[in-house]
Design a protein around this ligand. Structure first.
Ligand code: SAH
Length: 267
């Protein structure tokens, strides 16, 4: 008996916008991994672990779209066009994004485009670096003795179309502050926070490549963290966490990468 497979051009394939987690490949969700294993086409970002991509079918098409921190290898319009054209051919498409697709991941824009083109899609949330990277550094974003809130903002405000972060309001808020994409802007926003009245002695940490074997942490205060991060030559991907919860790193640090001994803490 001969079996012929045809791709039905009338039926677009489904698109899954999947959060891959912050770096440690084990931090993808069970659902995300199951869908990744079944995908015909996978479009993935710069921060996606190569370990994770090994889960793809051997005949799956892997497309690197390289987005992340100012290195927009493929413009967003081209990424959208690629997702749509593969889906319109009836293929199952996975768009694999670092952390959570809806936390500074442009997942919202991609979902809007899919709606416009009538392509069925699902969102698979991921573990965001905003919470998981501090967790791997032994820093809980909230703690009853320290703070009842945390705020996640972007430090990358170069595009004039984006609304500006109100650093003055954040300084007054008093909770834990987590700044993504802010390595370059670190000297500027720490200064702005101090000028806006945040205590210069507030503990702060910058964590590079958190949750991976390359994890590096620099701790200090709002006054000296920028200089310390520069001296340590920290680079993206890195996030900054500001607030008294950062002090808990001293006692709660647990991720030492004993397998590779490559995690490094500079205080
Ligand atoms: N959607 C992602 C965030 C995308 S913006 C999420 O939910 O995590 C990219 C920024 O996330 C980076 O510039 C950095 O600030 C932060 N980031 C992502 N992975 C990280 C990691 N492993 N360690 C430290 N920061 C990370």
């Amino acid at each position: 008996m001969q079996v012929t497979y045809t791709v039905d051009k009338q039926q677009p394939g489904r698109v899954y916008l999947i959060g891959a987690g912050p770096g440690d490949p084990d931090l993808i969700t069970v659902k995300g991994l199951r869908l990744l294993k079944g995908a015909d086409v996978i479009l993935y970002d710069r921060l996606i672990s190569t370990e994770l991509l090994k889960a793809a079918r051997t005949d799956a098409q892997l497309i690197y779209v390289g987005k992340g921190d100012g290195h927009h290898t493929m413009p967003q319009e081209e990424i959208n066009a690629a997702i749509i054209s593969h889906a319109q051919r009836g293929l199952t498409v996975v768009r694999l994004k670092g952390g959570d697709p809806f936390v500074f991941g442009r997942g919202g824009e991609e979902a809007e485009t899919l709606i416009e083109h009538g392509i069925p899609f699902e969102i698979v949330p991921g573990i965001t670096s905003a919470i998981a990277v501090p967790a791997y550094a032994g820093i809980p974003v909230t703690h009853r003795n320290h703070t009842t809130s945390f705020t996640v903002v972007t430090g990358h405000e170069s595009r004039s179309s984006s609304p500006n972060v109100n650093w003055e309001a954040l300084a007054a808020l008093g909770g834990t502050l987590i700044v993504l994409m802010g390595v370059k802007a670190l000297p500027a926003f720490t200064r702005q926070l101090i000028e806006a009245g945040m205590l210069a002695t507030t503990p702060a940490a910058v964590i590079q490549e958190g949750t991976t074997t390359q994890q590096r942490i620099v701790t200090g205060t709002l006054t000296d963290i920028a200089q310390k991060a520069i001296e340590a030559e920290l680079k993206a991907p890195a996030l900054t966490i500001i607030g008294t919860v950062v002090d808990l790193h001293k006692t709660l640090r647990w991720f030492h990468n004993t397998s590779s001994s490559r995690a490094l803490t500079i205080s």
